[in-house]
Ligand binder design. Sequence first.
Ligand SMILES: C[S@@+](CC[C@H](N)C(=O)[O-])C[C@H]1O[C@@H](n2cnc3c(N)ncnc32)[C@H](O)[C@@H]1O
Length: 444
Amino acid sequence: MSGLILPENSLFWAGMEDAVAELKAPFSGSIFEDNNYCANIPDPVHKLYTGDNLPVLKYLLGEILEAVKVIYIDPPYNTGSIINYRDQFSVPYKKTAPSRRNNDLDGWVSKPSSDHSPWMSFMFPRLALARKLLRPDGVIFISIDDRELPRLRLLMDWIMGEKNHIGTIVWRKKVVRGRGNRHIIPQTEYVVCYARDISMLPPFREPLTDDMIDAYTKKDESGHYKEIPLAKSGTAHSPRPNLVYPITAPDGAIIHCPTHQWRWSEKTFQERQKEILFRKTKKGVWRVLTKQYLETDEGLRFRTPTSLYDKVTTTDGTRELRDISGTGNFDFPKPSRLIRDLVSWATTDSPSPDKPEIILDFFAGTAPTAQAVIDLNKSDHRKRICYLVQNRIESPEHTDKILELAKIRIQKSREGYRDESSTDHHDQPDFPEGFRLYHYLPPA
Ligand SMILES: C[S@@+](CC[C@H](N)C(=O)[O-])C[C@H]1O[C@@H](n2cnc3c(N)ncnc32)[C@H](O)[C@@H]1O
């Protein structure tokens, strides 16, 4: 948290007291099951709740408190658009300005914008409830663009703790230049990631690409391997002393590390002699290499994801939804591949659970998260169930369509919908991937 502007590890915004009161208010209203949907499918089942996610999240505290492994959300970005759903948050600033604002600064700083505080008030109780639902080793991914990114980071640092910020992924959502801005054409947005408790979260892993696997061309009795230099690449300001030592070549020559340090300590170097290779270049210089095996004791080698994600774009999301439903009538649905990758990073390596891992999306929209989870279950034969929440109200014309699209997507995913451009051939699901539908009714 920035100590400069936020005293005592706190955050203030106009309307904050009301937002806190909203969080603390007990659940009211009721939830009932729609028995006509996806009937007669045994547990475990995915669940779709319709209605405002604030009361639904409160209700879910009674069912899945500290039980959710992954939350993915794609909340309103506060763009001012009201095409598909309300994405505009604004109140007259003066009415709700916090008393702390120092008018003496008026000549020095710009006038605050009036529409961020309502967005923060909207997000705060929902994010605070989300934290309660996460398992100790749980993780939350939040899509956002750069309009509310600073406020989201401040809210999340406050709610989750700054030390639990895992990182912020830059998603290259567009490759074409497009239009829409005179100064910088936006091609990226973000996925902000926080752990419930970073000390409990296992490392994220993603599978190697086919090209990477193809590089393991050599083979010995321990399996396929590739040769990589023992000298560490990149630069370091202060090499670790135990990683800098001379190595004796087969002909007795002394080899000094050609970079700042070796990758292995001298002890590891001695212990893993079988994996060490010496090669002499044409110029007679010794190089030290190690064998890197494709399979390790823990299975096929993985890699750690990076903060740049560019595997799919919004065009893929729109095309995917159009292929499934015959309509692209929704503003920029997220490509399910993006969500599938995030969920897979956080769940593929977790110990095989006896109970299915729970994945929650409480701004479900057209339900790409359902598609992501079902597809992932099919591809790696693990059991994950999703809980989705999607609002029903506002303009019936639009939101009804969103729910309709969500249901179509869920149905097609359950039936084994495949992206034709994908070379992935999933098997049939290992469990029925049934869905239950619930509706939230506000108090009369
Ligand atoms: C950015 S969209 C999510 C789109 C979704 N990721 C997709 O690809 O289809 C945000 C969604 O949250 C829904 N939403 C907004 N406020 C909500 C609330 N209070 N409770 C539940 N859903 C809400 C909107 O109707 C909209 O469908």
